[in-house]
Design a binder for this molecule. Sequence first.
Ligand SMILES: Cc1ncc(COP(=O)(O)O)c(C=O)c1O
Length: 434
Amino acid sequence: MNDQRGNRDASGDLVARDARCVWHPYTQHQLEAAPLPVASASGARLRLHDGRELVDAISSWWTCLHGHGEPQLVEALRAQAARLDHVLFAGATHEPAVRLAEELVRRAPRGLSRVFYSDDGSTAVEVALKLVRQHWVQHGESQRAVFVALECGYHGDTFGAMAVGDPDPFFRAFEPLLFRVERASIEAGALEALVARLGSSCAGVIVEPLVQGAGGMRMHAPEFLRAVRATCDRHGVPLIADEVMTGFGRTGELFACAKAGIEPDLLCVAKGLTGGMLPLAATLCREPLYASFLHADRSKAFFHGHSFTANPIACAVALASLALVDERDTPRRLDALGASIERELAAALGARAADLALRRCGGIVALDLPGDSSGGGAGYLSTRALALRALAIERGVLLRPLGNVVYAMPPACTSAEDASRIARAMLALVDPGR
Ligand SMILES: Cc1ncc(COP(=O)(O)O)c(C=O)c1O
């Protein structure tokens, strides 16, 4: 059956066609329920073909910053597509990319002055790792080949990003193909001892500042980040801050690094960079790192690029999103939203809040259900998460628990009513009879 726009509107038909030819990410097709047939979205809500509406409590994999279909972003997209849709970014440049680089440098932690564009969080991380590694090679320290990362870290699904991520539970099969990475627990002394032990073989340190997302919304104190910074300074190795999830206000500050008062040597951003409307990523670095690639020998250039590097439409949408972040003070809004969800959960849970490790950083609120081990372990793969997802959908909310970790990270436009609906859905997962 076709609607007025010629789309098939029968959700059953869409789902059946999907089942015949589509392979979804992070999906066990033999076990999981059919995908939600989404017809449209606006603000914090997704509309399904069958008429149901769901609150997008996880900002569509942490991308949607302001809300779906934000008119100013739609207009920026439309206008830029008509002016310049795409052009290669090697040997050419354009206004949206230059302006966006200027705006990112202006807002980023001090010292980050160069912007290298890529496509998504994983590629922003690949770029950071490759820049650091090539820098050492070109400076006669090619023995520096071991990166230090944190236990339960996640940095994406491409090979370099998998290598620095915790192998459990997703990446064990690829282990023989991944380069050597040493992992420290979130403890300043452990990280210092590890970097000291590696000595001149250490290439750099990569962290998700303040919140480790996919590892189970694990939150650490700003003091730990400051200690990581001090360790990197002491041993002369670069600190890479992966703010793919935390960037653009999720922690209540524009960047988690700013919240912790540290300045990384490299910064990876993606997801919320375009307000979640289009894929775009950037890796920011300091001027000396950039300058270290300048050479009369062409082979010393950074040979990395993607077909859609600095796509003008994505850059224009990112500029419109940054303008909204300023205009609306999005970090403060997200913080207030997170606080309201946390308050409702805390009031309903009472003394159990502590047992469930109810926690919040800005607009990110999480708790651990008793039972399975947490997000980074085998619990992530239990079918319980699927049942929990279904239960939340029955309550009109899209949640995607990470194993036993139930969390919310809604877009900034989420109304008080929808925030309360999110809190009630989370409570229903704690007490299914609720
Ligand atoms: C901290 C972090 N880094 C990198 C990535 C990878 O980003 P993408 O999925 O856009 O490749 C993610 C994705 O969730 C992330 O949370």
